[in-house]
Write a new protein. Structure first.
Length: 272
């Protein structure tokens, strides 16, 4: 008999008795859902985590991502697990119907994700990052940017990252050196050319999906072309691995970082 990743009785108690998920499900926003559909989501998550993520756990730890000819390769079992998560439609969980989402309560989405995190935190990082990336784009992006960059992540055909830290700065925003130079405008909005390095970027490159949507923290420049001091001018830029016209973008994987206990996720030094 397969051992449960999480005690389902405890999980049901937390969701339905303590946090009162039933009361959320009667609200108009969640009118398509019920306790039965919530339990179906949890059942699916448990089965998929047991069948795909857990069997890949040891494999991901023994076979770290490798940089081969400029492309990061992950263990085949890791790629297969993340693709099965996408095929099940789970990346769409917390998003609105209008975006192709399931419009699940955040509470239920988190409970679903907990099964995958229990099976493998490292493998779960890939979809978690993509969902967070897409949510930020939905909240702050234009309609064209949402269509081009958020929807593929919601559908699970692309993954995403958060490119914040730099080798010399860690996460100190005032000390980042990456700059964004204005380069005209197109249908997606103002264009910029980025120059800089980002370190410890989880999911920074892999062969799970063709495209990866990077959200890159960088500074716009003063009229003389120099970065503004401190935190002035900092913004977040959408940098896809593949441009909408089908050309590859100017992103180079300069190396891999190795994190104890987190070996199944690729951690990259990226040059822009």
């Amino acid at each position: 008999m397969t051992q449960a990743l999480l005690d389902r009785r405890d999980l049901d108690f937390l969701l339905f008795d303590w946090l009162r998920l039933d009361e959320l499900l009667v609200r108009p926003r969640y009118g398509d859902h019920s306790r039965a559909t919530a339990e179906a989501v949890l059942d699916l998550s448990e089965r998929l985590a047991q069948a795909s993520f857990l069997p890949a756990l040891q494999d991901s730890d023994r076979h770290e991502p490798q940089l081969v000819d400029g492309q990061v390769r992950v263990a085949p079992s890791v790629a297969a697990a993340v693709r099965r998560y996408a095929e099940a439609g789970l990346p769409a969980g917390p998003f609105e119907h209008a975006l192709g989402g399931m419009q699940l309560p955040q509470l239920l989405h988190c409970a679903s994700m907990a099964q995958f995190m229990a099976a493998s935190l490292a493998i779960s990082a890939y979809p978690m990052l993509a969902i967070a990336n897409a949510r930020l784009l939905v909240a702050f992006g234009s309609s064209a940017q949402i269509e081009a960059f958020a929807r593929p992540q919601i559908a699970g055909t692309a993954l995403g990252t958060m490119c914040l830290s730099e080798p010399q700065a860690g996460s100190s925003l005032a000390d980042i050196r990456s700059v964004a130079l204005a380069d005209g405008e197109d249908a997606l909005g103002p264009r910029y050319r980025l120059r800089g390095n980002k370190m410890w970027i989880s999911g920074g490159d892999h062969d799970i999906t063709r495209d990866i949507v990077h959200l890159v923290l960088a500074k716009t420049t003063a009229p003389d072309g120099k970065p503004l001091p401190g935190v002035a001018g900092i913004s977040l830029f959408v940098v896809p691995k593949w441009l909408p016209d089908g050309q590859t973008n100017d992103i180079a994987v300069a190396g891999l970082n190795h994190k104890m206990g987190y070996r199944g996720t690729s951690h990259c030094l990226l040059n822009f």
